[in-house]
Write a new protein. Structure first.
Length: 405
């Protein structure tokens, strides 16, 4: 069957070609869905009939014939786009291994039994003994911690699942903050979940302090000191989305090889979307400004003269991933999400994609964390949508009655 994959009015970078569909090489498949939004170009090759040329971050091109059809996360870090230190390459390679283990865990037929044991047997306190089944977020925490330990590159890990930062080794060059399995409350319904992480430099100037103190201060660095951040989305595809401070790039897990393959180079969030994402069962606890904004865009009476749509998965990584791809706002206006583990890493990713991360008043990355598990309102998304929302004044929800669901 013949199909034209690109029309003549497509982005000027692309050459419109008629190719065999499905393509002769199955290795091409992961790229097909990205053609319109990425910087991939296609040209005909006499040998394979189809050749892929992609322009990665920093403009470095790779060629499918020379690279076997893909650019993996390891290729990207090692030689093509990110230009990161070998220490960071080692750390990320351990993190991607952890991500694959968690992806297998959340997809396991046995996970629902684990998930029901919330609050039992984990790091935060055990009442059922060592052999008790553990909830998935605790198991995920252990997987991440093991990966960081095995990397030899991490001094301290601060995790949403640990009351205190965990000191790992004195001479690791990095500090890692993480929410090992966000959205796990949805796991029984097979709704997407995600891992979030941020990477800072180890502050050697604090080395003289007692361990507890230096562990805490290393973990409380402001988001504008992040050197890398990412999330892993466990959904219909497992995606590893990362920034090293020069663009946001997403890689999709190829289950046949175990590689994360670059599918979304240099993500650019649309400057305006038409989607808002919020738990609007809380409408009557919202301040007037937020209610007015939502009422306005719902009716198509905002700065963008079309009615907005609502999407809310209640899984932050999934809600943000959709927002990066389609634009709009992903928000939680109450003091619920954590500055250190969620807001900072995700804001770094959003800013590197051209968007904004705000607490409704200030830029997230400029905030100085004062507590490890500090919570705050979070608004992430397209620049124009966030600015319009902020123009409504009070949008932070102060009433936080501790919802059960
Ligand atoms: O209950 P709300 O306010 O809708 O919050 C839902 C949010 O909480 C989360 O489940 C995170 O909560 P936890 O950090 O307690 O796991 C997000 O994934 C989701 O976006």
């Amino acid at each position: 069957m013949q199909a034209s994959i690109l029309s003549s009015n497509s982005i000027s970078n692309f050459c419109a070609k008629t190719v065999d569909f499905p393509p002769p090489s199955p290795t091409f498949v992961p790229f097909l869905g990205r053609v319109a939004s990425s910087k991939l170009r296609f040209s005909m090759s006499s040998a394979t009939g189809l050749r892929t040329v992609a322009v990665a971050a920093g403009g470095a091109a790779f060629d499918s014939e020379q690279d076997g059809g893909f650019q993996t996360l390891m290729d990207f870090m090692g030689k093509r786009g990110a230009n990161v230190s070998s220490d960071l390459v080692i750390l990320i390679s351990h993190l991607q291994y952890a991500a694959k283990r968690i992806a297998a865990l959340v997809a396991s037929p046995f996970n629902s039994e684990l998930g029901k044991q919330k609050g039992v047997g984990g790091t935060l306190g055990s009442t059922a003994g060592r052999d008790a089944p553990k909830p998935l977020d605790i198991v995920s925490n252990e997987i991440i911690l093991a990966a960081l330990q095995n990397s030899g590159k991490v001094t301290v890990m601060a995790s949403e699942e640990e009351a205190e930062p965990v000191w790992i080794t004195d001479d690791g060059p990095f500090v890692v903050v993480t929410d090992p399995l966000d959205g796990s409350r949805n796991i029984d319904a097979s709704i997407p979940t995600g891992t979030i992480f941020g990477i800072y430099k180890h502050l050697v100037e604090l080395d003289h302090l007692p361990t507890k103190e230096k562990a805490l201060l290393n973990s409380l660095q402001s988001g504008n000191r992040l050197i890398a951040a990412g999330y892993v989305l466990y959904s219909s595809a497992t995606m590893f989305c990362i920034t090293f401070g020069s663009g946001t790039h997403a890689f999709t897990l190829d289950h046949s090889t175990g590689d994360f393959v670059l599918t979304h180079p240099s993500i650019k969030i649309p400057p305006r979307g038409q989607i808002y994402s919020v738990n609007d069962a809380r409408y009557f606890d919202w301040p007037e400004g937020l209610r007015q904004y939502i009422d306005t865009v719902r009716q198509g009476k905002g700065q963008f003269p079309k009615k907005y749509s609502a999407r809310y998965i209640c899984s932050l990584v999934a809600d943000l991933h959709r927002t990066l791809v389609y634009g709009g706002i992903a928000m939680n206006p109450r003091d619920h999400l954590r500055l250190v583990y969620e807001a900072n890493p995700l804001s770094f990713l959003v800013e590197q994609a051209g968007g904004k991360g705000s607490d409704g008043k200030s830029r997230i990355l400029s905030l100085q964390p004062v507590e490890l598990h500090q919570r705050l309102p979070l608004f992430l998304g397209s620049v124009e949508d966030i600015e319009e929302l902020e123009s409504y004044g009070e949008i932070q929800q102060k009433v936080n009655p501790g919802y059960e669901v």
